[in-house]
Design a protein around this ligand. Structure first.
Ligand code: SF4
Ligand code: SF4
Length: 353
């Protein structure tokens, strides 16, 4: 808009603006040509090309609002940079710049695809609601080998064995940390997708089990992370429910059920569809087609279960504890209770149980 600033403000004010700019920036190094310019044709020069690339991100205006919220921004790229590099890749192809094209393709695999957490935080901040994770998920699906996809699809059908195997491997890694680090590091030389196991995790978890209760008012969906990584969340939650008089049930097929996030985030679409269908079927039955609420004890599963069927009333365990269990537990209130912040109130109430 620089060529039109003079017309907008008039000669006199424009002259003052030029003077101020010259005082603070005598060598014209700060944003040259952006607000003050003698070039009346500047608005039609050096136009940025924005080639059409992928439907998930084509409407990006490169404003950068998504950048501060991205968890991988300090490791590799921000969401905006992920999109801009896709545009640069297409521009390089169109110009026939093979060297640049190869460089971007080589680096994008790790910088753009592998290090995206596909958590969708960018969509929360984006004015045009772009979730760069959607693009990354599709790229992962396109880049995955047939064998890898087949393994993940098989896992979706045998997830109870999958969680037990992973849990046992974590327990084993803790018992023989040096050997497991050696094996995993060797495997990672073949494929960077082999995870490293944190040997500080003492043991894997136990298989999830169902809980029958014909009068239950709530369906509890314990996350498979507890059966892989251990932890006492399900036991603690069930104990709280019992004390609060809230009746819950757990699907008897829970050991093999999952919200599907591990498949979805990796772009393993066949496996995701398979797991989504299985879990949807059992939840339809158990919630009486969405009439009963589902409590999920992991925030990513809360989102994942809601995506299986938007009719489900999925409640995160923290919200459920705060809104249903805590009031039901008829806890003692201490003096000046209302002046304590809600988050602290919850911690104190849980400590007092
Ligand atoms: S906030 Fe949205 S439009 Fe702006 S750069 Fe990020 S993805 Fe693009
Ligand atoms: S989905 Fe990927 S790009 Fe978007 S905020 Fe998460 S890590 Fe960043």
């Amino acid at each position: 808009m620089a060529p039109f600033v003079r017309r907008q403000y008039g000669e006199e004010i424009y002259a003052i603006m030029r003077e101020i700019k010259a005082i603070f920036d005598p060598r014209n190094i700060l944003n040259p040509g952006i607000m003050i310019s003698d070039d009346s044709e500047l608005h039609v020069k050096n136009l940025k090309s924005v080639p059409s690339i992928e439907k998930e991100v084509d409407r990006c205006v490169e404003c950068g609002y998504c950048e501060p919220v991205c968890p991988s921004k300090n490791i590799t790229l921000t969401p905006r940079q992920r999109i801009v590099l896709r545009r640069e890749l297409v521009s390089a192809q169109q110009r026939g710049d093979v060297k640049l094209q190869r460089e971007i393709e080589r680096d994008y695999s790790y910088d753009g695809v592998d290090t995206c957490a596909v958590d969708g935080m960018c969509q929360v901040a984006c004015p045009v609601l772009i979730n760069t994770g959607d693009l990354v998920r599709r790229l992962r699906d396109e880049q995955a080998a047939v064998g890898e996809k087949a393994v993940w699809t098989l896992l979706s059908k045998q997830w109870s064995y999958g969680t037990q195997l992973l849990g046992s491997l974590i327990s084993l890694a803790h018992k023989v940390p040096t050997l497991s680090a050696l094996v995993l590091n060797s495997l990672r030389k073949i494929s960077a997708k082999v995870p490293l196991i944190n040997t500080e995790i003492i043991s894997g978890g136990k298989a999830r089990t169902g809980l029958r209760n014909p009068h239950a008012t709530v369906v509890y969906f314990p996350s498979c992370t507890s059966s892989i990584f251990g932890g006492s969340t399900p036991d603690a939650f069930l104990e709280l429910c019992q004390k609060a008089g809230v009746t819950v049930k757990i699907p008897k097929e829970i050991a093999g059920a999952c919200c599907g996030t591990p498949w979805k985030s990796k772009g393993m679409n066949d496996g995701y569809r398979s797991m989504r269908a299985q879990t949807g079927e059992l939840l339809n039955k158990l919630t009486k087609d969405g009439a009963l609420p589902i409590v999920s004890d992991s925030s990513s599963c809360t989102q994942g279960l809601g995506e299986i069927n938007s009719e489900y009333k999925v409640i995160d365990v923290v919200t459920f504890t705060l809104t249903t269990l805590v009031p039901a537990l008829k806890l003692r209130k201490i003096g000046l209770w209302r002046s304590i912040p809600p988050a602290l109130q919850l911690s104190l109430e849980l400590t007092m149980i």
